[in-house]
Design a protein around this ligand. Sequence first.
Ligand SMILES: [Zn+2]
Ligand SMILES: [Zn+2]
Length: 68
Amino acid sequence: MEAAQNTSYGGNDSDGESYTPRTPRRTPMACIFCRGRKLKCDGRPTCANCHKRGLLCSYIPVSAQKAS
Ligand SMILES: [Zn+2]
Ligand SMILES: [Zn+2]
C-alpha cells in the first residue's frame, strides 16, 4: 500500500483578491480609551491621546478577555 503521494503542493495560492497592503491585518494594540473613541493608539504605556487628556491609559490584558 502506497498512500504517501501527497506531494501535489504546487499551485497558485492566490484567492483572486487584489494585492495585500503593507499593513498586516492584525488588530493593533489600543488602550481602552482609544478603542472606545476609535483613535489611533501608539501603544505606549501612556499613549499620546491619554497623555494629552491626562487620562489613565490602561489596556485590556489578553488573558482577561478569556472567560474561563
Ligand atoms: Zn491609546
Ligand atoms: Zn491610552
